[in-house]
Design a protein around this ligand. Structure first.
Ligand SMILES: NC(=O)c1ccc[n+]([C@@H]2O[C@H](COP(=O)([O-])OP(=O)(O)OC[C@H]3O[C@@H](n4cnc5c(N)ncnc54)[C@H](OP(=O)(O)O)[C@@H]3O)[C@@H](O)[C@H]2O)c1
Length: 326
């Protein structure tokens, strides 16, 4: 028995160390300039279009496929409030490789408020991302302007608390339309415009780590987004495009919880140890910039992630059954 426990323990520890090593190697890989970028920079240095000193900087930022300088943009969905707005404000302060922000959500006036808080030029696209054609229109604008997308942050999302019997079907499928389908469509639209060093960030949730009764469709939609994001990362690794899933725990100071609460009042009674949008944005941006695959910005979501790998779903669901009734 002792030998079995020791063997199981060493398998788990070895697997964890391999996991850390892979993440470290991926981070190194992202930072090594590709041969294509090196060739382009030496060609330009040869032509005298950049100085030898500038070559190093150019290696870090040169991502376009054409010789023309492209406008480098950050696309942030859900930027009218909450976490999306916080990302816009923080990226604005500390991202020298962005020329313009493209902010997307339905409420135009709220988007303009976000835009007014930015030092960079910003465009506001008031659009319902679940509507057919909203993403096509954006893709057309990217094509006509020949932009380079440095950041795509899929932050627009919503949830509804309650059971399958009480949440109207259009609300249930609406969550899938926004949290899953719109995110996938936006990634597809941006793929031709992403380059070496670009970031794709999908805001998932700690709800992605296990099934959650009374938050069923929302949790399932975020589980989809998490799996999708992890596989997309591997697909885009050769292009050195960094793909990150962010999985926060409850954030109390956004509109999310208020909108998610429904008439089924007892579905979830409290949000113990919930986090704040500023700390979630700050911690997750550090992980996104580092190029991590999954970021859990806080202690609760990090512990949840760990336990979701150790405990069976049935046990986790009964623990949740207790927590949601507190
Ligand atoms: N707050 C939490 O407890 C929590 C925890 C974990 C994960 N998350 C995730 O974090 C992300 C941001 O949430 P938040 O807390 O910042 O919530 P929030 O304050 O409600 O913000 C949601 C954003 O999504 C936009 N949006 C909603 N429906 C849309 C649609 N059909 N088309 C375009 N935009 C739409 C909203 O703007 P308009 O209303 O103007 O369209 C808003 O800007 C979400 O993906 C959420 O699932 C939140």
């Amino acid at each position: 028995m002792n030998a079995f426990v020791r063997m199981a323990g060493s398998i788990v520890v070895t697997a964890f160390l391999v996991h850390l090593l892979i993440i470290f190697l991926e981070m190194v890989w992202y930072r090594l300039p590709s041969r294509k970028a090196k060739n382009r920079v030496s060609e330009e240095a040869g032509k005298g279009s950049i100085s030898a000193e500038g070559a190093n900087d150019a290696l870090q930022t040169h991502v376009s496929g054409s010789a023309e300088p492209q406008k480098r943009i950050a696309i942030i969905t859900g930027a009218s409030c909450g976490l999306g707005r916080e990302y816009a404000l923080r990226l604005d302060r500390k991202s020298p490789d962005i020329d313009e922000f493209w902010l997307i959500a339905r409420r135009e006036e709220k988007l303009r408020e976000t835009a007014r808080g930015l030092g960079h030029p910003a465009r506001c696209y008031a659009a319902d991302l679940t509507a057919q054609g909203a993403v096509d229109e954006l893709a057309e604008r990217m094509r006509s302007e020949g932009v380079s997308v440095r950041y795509l942050v899929n932050c627009a999302g919503y949830g509804r608390m309650g059971s399958a019997e009480t949440i109207p079907e259009e609300e249930q499928t609406g969550m899938i339309d926004l949290n899953c389908k719109a995110a996938v469509r936006l990634v597809n639209a941006c793929l031709p415009f992403l380059g070496e060093g670009s970031h794709v960030v999908n805001i998932c949730s700690t709800a992605a780590f296990q099934p959650f009764q009374k938050l069923n469709i929302y949790a399932a939609s975020k589980a989809f987004l998490l799996r999708y994001t992890r596989a997309l990362r591997m697909e885009l690794l050769p292009r050195k495009i960094m793909v990150t899933a962010v999985c926060p725990y409850w954030i109390r100071d956004t509109e999310f919880i208020e909108k998610a609460e429904t008439s089924e009042g007892s579905a979830i009674r409290s949000y113990p140890l919930s986090s704040r949008v500023s700390s979630v944005a700050a911690l997750s941006l550090a992980g996104i910039r580092a190029g991590l695959p999954v970021v859990t910005p806080g202690i609760v979501c990090t512990l949840h992630r760990l336990f979701s790998k150790l405990l069976p779903d049935t046990v986790l669901q009964y623990i949740w059954e207790g927590i949601r009734r507190i």
